[in-house]
Write a new protein. Sequence first.
Length: 60
Amino acid sequence: MSANMRIILISGMVLGAIIGATVAMIFSNDATYGVVVGSILGGFLAVPASAELDPIEVEV
């Protein structure tokens, strides 16, 4: 796994956790499950995005 893929994966998980916690706080006033589910879904969504960038990556 390259550095770019790791950055995209972690940022997707963090953004998913933030969005999941926000949605969970709105609907159930508890952010625990929103953080867990959001980070998992964010990771799943970030993997295809990082796979798209992998062929055009330039190693320095």
